[in-house]
Design a protein around this ligand. Structure first.
Ligand SMILES: NC(=O)c1ccc[n+]([C@@H]2O[C@H](COP(=O)([O-])OP(=O)(O)OC[C@H]3O[C@@H](n4cnc5c(N)ncnc54)[C@H](O)[C@@H]3O)[C@@H](O)[C@H]2O)c1
Ligand SMILES: [Zn+2]
Length: 367
């Protein structure tokens, strides 16, 4: 079998939690399987693709052809302006009105085709429309494939902050075609690697070592390898979300790198990518943890090596005082302590409760 043939063999990650039971199909070319997968997972007679202005021209025709080929009557697609600035109540309202105009019924299916913004917003629209219709997530960005399309969180932003209005709404199926990643900009692809590395540090030491030895890049897309990396990331997120249903709090470990990362992101006025900030926060927390004796220098070194190999920042120029202003602000509502996620070793992380003073020390140690 050729390399390409091997790449085309899809990987299926089964997600089974109290409130959901669905498959995430990952592979090169699986977009052509969308109709068949949607039909067996969600049923329904009609469907409607919700997408945005960058992604729809590239992939909506193929998605709709597959859906029609599986017997769906495909309603006119709903396309909103690409970008985070669209992720708000006004656009959500427009999507809901469009679904109603198309007379979608409770038995019909919404297909969310795009990055994390589309998945979050179309997912929320599906949760609200007629008090809930099935949604099939078709993530097209690396971040959406490894993170936002799994776990059932949907949201829009409010003026007061990101993701402040949302719902848990699990997809009927997720179809992640790594071939779609070929059109993602190299900058966005690199940025999203921050979350991929975070997942490896959380739960897959072998993956971290593979990524150090052979970083994933957008310009030399190896479809089989990408499908493998995406599927392992999905499995990690699945396991963490799943464990959280039994043991409250495990989901917090997904915040690895995010406490400091969010502060760097906010201090940059959101000009720095989220994944880059998470990568920097991850390295700073790893260095601080090594200095505190919570992990070995070798662990911190491996985390930094992987981040550097992907061309992502391993730290921030910002002073600890500047970062603390954002973190103190961020956490005010939750009392005087903060939960930080610490890499105890590669593949195993711990949540520690620290005071704001201790957090300031950690930030200073990690710089
Ligand atoms: N629900 C969750 O659990 C969760 C988790 C993490 C992040 N998120 C959310 O995800 C969003 C970020 O996701 P994102 O980075 O995918 O953002 P995005 O959806 O805005 O996509 C980023 C950019 O890439 C473009 N794009 C996407 N796929 C493409 C493709 N295949 N080819 C060419 N261009 C493509 C988009 O048009 C956009 O310009 C944020 O709003 C964040 O809050 C949600
Ligand atoms: Zn994140």
């Amino acid at each position: 079998m050729s390399e390409k043939g091997l790449a085309a063999a899809p990987r299926v990650v089964h997600v089974s939690a109290a409130s959901a039971d669905y498959d995430v199909t990952v592979g090169a070319g699986v977009l052509s399987e969308l109709g068949r997968i949607a039909r067996s997972a969600a049923g329904g007679a009609r469907c409607c693709v919700v997408s945005e202005t960058n992604v729809a021209p590239l992939y909506a025709d193929a998605a709709e052809a597959s859906l029609a080929g599986a017997g769906y009557s495909v309603a006119e697609r709903v396309v909103f302006a690409a970008g985070e600035q669209s992720k708000r109540l006004a656009t959500l309202g427009e999507i809901l009105e469009a679904l109603a105009e198309r007379e979608l019924t409770r038995a019909d299916v919404v297909v969310a085709l795009g990055g994390g913004v589309t998945g979050d917003m179309a997912g929320l629209a599906a949760a609200l429309y007629l008090r809930g219709v099935a949604v099939v997530q078709v993530p097209t960005s690396l971040l959406a494939m490894v993170d936002s399309s799994v776990g059932g969180k949907t949201a829009v932003d409010l003026a007061a902050g990101k993701n402040l209005a949302g719902a848990f709404w699990q997809p009927a199926a997720v179809v992640a075609d790594v071939r779609c990643l070929a059109s993602v900009s190299p900058e966005l692809f690199r940025d999203s690697c921050g979350e991929v590395i975070k997942h490896a540090v959380l739960a897959d030491a072998a993956l971290l070592d593979e990524l150090i030895a052979r970083p994933i890049t957008a310009d030399q897309l190896d479809e089989a390898r990408l499908a493998d990396v995406v599927a392992r990331n999905v499995a990690i997120k699945r396991d963490v979300v799943d464990a959280d249903e039994r043991e409250s709090g495990v989901r917090q470990t997904l915040n690895l790198g995010h406490t400091i990362g969010h502060a760097i992101e906010a201090a940059s006025d959101f000009t720095l990518g989220h994944g880059s900030c998470v990568a920097a926060g991850l390295c700073m927390m790893a260095r601080a943890s090594a200095r505190r004796g919570w992990c070995s220098d070798e662990t911190a070194g491996r985390v930094e090596a992987c981040v550097a190999a992907h061309g992502l920042p391993t730290g921030s120029e910002l002073g600890a005082d500047v970062l603390m202003r954002y973190m103190a602000h961020d956490k005010k509502r939750r009392g005087d302590g903060v939960n930080v996620v610490v890499p105890a070793e590669v593949g195993r992380c711990e949540v520690r409760r620290v005071s704001l003073d201790e957090l300031a020390e950690l930030v200073a140690l990690g710089r």
